[in-house]
Ligand binder design. Structure first.
Ligand code: CU
Length: 356
């Protein structure tokens, strides 16, 4: 169980270790006051109902309030909501998805990835323990072209074993990244080198394939974008990595108000590449304009179709094109509302498309 403060994305604060069946643990809160939330941090458990309000009042100064009346204090709710909106887009330490320039060794594009534990600021002041490639969540964005020979060197600086799987990328069997099946474990301190020639284009991902229910949502994930030969990159080619788990509900490693808006000029077209690295489904809803779905899992649709809410299941990648016809600031969020908004305001998987 964790005890977050009332910060917008509901994280931080003291936390117990995992509690085994039949066991118990004590959480020492120290001196606290106000509206608090207790919840289980194991992915999915909070949504399944393992959450409770805890209201701590100053002894004797006023009559005790119930959790319900405190949680629904309309004035406090308005203030907290508006503070979140006003802070958007909030600056936080660290930015994921940064483009990675390969080192050339002859004709081979070499990408070095170092896995290690880091502190990651998910939302303003909300620092969580994550796992990162090259110090960022999501890891550096790899972009290459069909026909490229790539070498990906994984350095394990974690306290546990790991391995790297190239999700959606067609590779020789011995490069598939599953310990015990296609390769040895990459133990702490070890390095493992992958090398293959890119055969299929599209929006793909790379992520850990060891203790994956923890390592992937904790941050060992990244975009692997493979262009078709001659493909022209869109003016606005946006990555939207969706995740849920120990970092909370995030878009590109951040929760609202630290998510970053997409900013375009009226009339421009943008390509958004959704990638779901979490354990839950995320229907991504854009206000004001439709999304034209052009590819699923990197495979183009012969007939693109239009939606305003695009479902992205765990492991899936969905590419959409949006023509920015309507001026203004348009909310853009996951439509599972427990991933986006609570009595404390908007949090998690909320951002905006700003059309100037
Ligand atoms: Cu969601």
């Amino acid at each position: 169980m964790a005890f977050p403060t009332t910060s917008p994305s509901g994280g931080g604060g003291p936390q117990t270790p995992s509690i085994a069946p039949g066991k118990e643990a004590t959480l020492h809160l120290g001196k606290v006051e106000g509206n608090l939330t207790l919840f289980c941090t194991i992915p999915g458990h909070r949504d399944a109902g393992m959450q409770s309000a805890l209201v701590v009042n100053q002894g004797g100064t006023h009559s005790p309030a119930t959790a319900a009346s405190q949680a629904h204090d309309p004035k406090a709710m308005d203030a907290s909501y508006m503070a979140g909106v006003k802070a958007f887009p909030a600056k936080t330490k660290g930015m994921g998805n940064q483009p990675m320039t390969p080192l050339m060794q002859g004709a081979v594009k070499v990408f070095d990835l170092t896995a290690e534990e880091i502190d990651w600021e998910v939302a303003p002041g909300e620092i969580k323990r994550g796992m990162a490639f090259n110090g960022m969540i999501p890891g550096p964005a790899i972009r290459a072209t069909v026909g490229d020979r790539v070498r990906i060197v994984l350095h394990n600086k974690l306290k546990e074993s790991t391995a790297l799987h190239f999700h959606g990328v067609i590779v020789p069997n011995d490069q598939d990244g599953v310990p015990g099946i296609t390769q040895p474990l990459v133990e702490p301190g070890q390095t493992f080198t992958y090398e293959f020639t890119l055969r299929n284009s599209g929006t793909h991902m790379y992520h850990s394939h060891m203790n994956a229910q923890m390592q992937v949502p904790a941050g060992l994930l990244g975009a692997f974008i493979i262009a078709a030969p001659g493909e022209v990159k869109a003016t606005h080619d946006e990555l939207m990595v969706l995740n849920d788990g120990p970092l909370g509900y995030t878009i590109n490693g951040k929760g609202f108000p630290a998510t970053q808006p997409i900013v375009v000029k009226q009339g421009e077209q943008l390509r958004v590449r959704y990638m779901n690295e979490g354990n839950q489904i995320h229907p991504m809803h854009l206000h004001g304009m439709v999304q034209t779905v052009v590819a699923l899992d990197g495979i183009p649709f012969p007939t693109p179709y239009q939606q305003d809410t695009v479902m992205v299941a765990p492991g899936q990648r969905v590419d959409v094109l949006i023509t920015a016809t309507e001026k203004g600031v348009w909310a853009y969020h996951c439509h599972i509302l427990t991933h986006a908004e609570g009595p404390q305001g908007m949090f998690g998987m909320v951002t905006a498309l700003i059309v100037n």
